[in-house]
Design a protein around this ligand. Sequence first.
Ligand code: SF4
Length: 325
Amino acid sequence: MAEGLVGGEGFAVDASLIRAEANRQTFHSGEEGLPAELSTRAVDEYLAVLDDAAFGGASQAVPPRISPSDPASRYTSAHGGRAEFCYATNYLIDVEHAVIVDVEASTAVRQAEVTAAKRMIARVHDDLGLWPRKLIGDTGYGSADMLGWLVNERDIEPHIPVFDKSARTDGAFDRTDFLFDHELDHYTCPAGKQLRHFRRTGHVDHNRPNADGLYRYRASKLDCDACALKPRCCPGAEPRKVLRSVQEGARDLARVIAQEDEWITSRRERKKVEMLFAHLKRILRLDRLRLRGPNGARDEFHLAAAAQNLRKMAKIIPMSQPAMA
Ligand code: SF4
């Protein structure tokens, strides 16, 4: 930062899987868990991070295999190829010179990588006073929760594709065929009818979002039953329903950003963090950890990131000339 290598304007985030120091053929089934008599430092560390949102608390899914030598590592084939026990190294970089501004070890599941991204953004703000204008990431960071956190809590522009599974494959009208009116808080369908929040008579508002953070906007049954477009919209007996996330405003902002010219630049800048991971594995040869447990992974990931930053500085900052004798 003192040399002006960190712009603090745009950050990119990504994660890469690194194999753990654990034999894929030696394991206990996830259902059975570890034998009670197994007691090693790696097991103690595994128990210590069971509720950590970047490790055991990241997913309720029972892992198919648990390694007795490094139980906190995750058996996964997430990035293709055969399944291995892995950790994820998460990088937050400043895109101006691809300087790594923070690094975090996590378990190898997407939810943990999103948690790691939030922790790194909060940490560089608190520790270094860095507050980027934009964050660049792939679809894995495009959940409604993450986009809402960036926009509403951190005031950071999400240069991230929106994770959206609402597209219909049965030829029916998509959610994008329904226009939302912010002021009047309703959708207008292709037939010009309104879809509103579900309300009952009386003064009780049943308008709260569900536990999944989604509002349900519904058309009137009378409108749909009399509509010529019904076969393309809601062929069943139920009137048409459109779901809207409580974070839809942040999702809409991300969609607007994806249409702007700067989006192309951001896509190119995202490659910088991928290149750092390629360099980490091919040149620094950190495709497999030497140490076990979350602390071992943290130590190796931090040292490797420091080495990459030092190489970067050596390349960019001109060496002072040795004084003549
Ligand atoms: S079926 Fe209902 S929601 Fe769909 S276009 Fe017709 S009136 Fe609108």
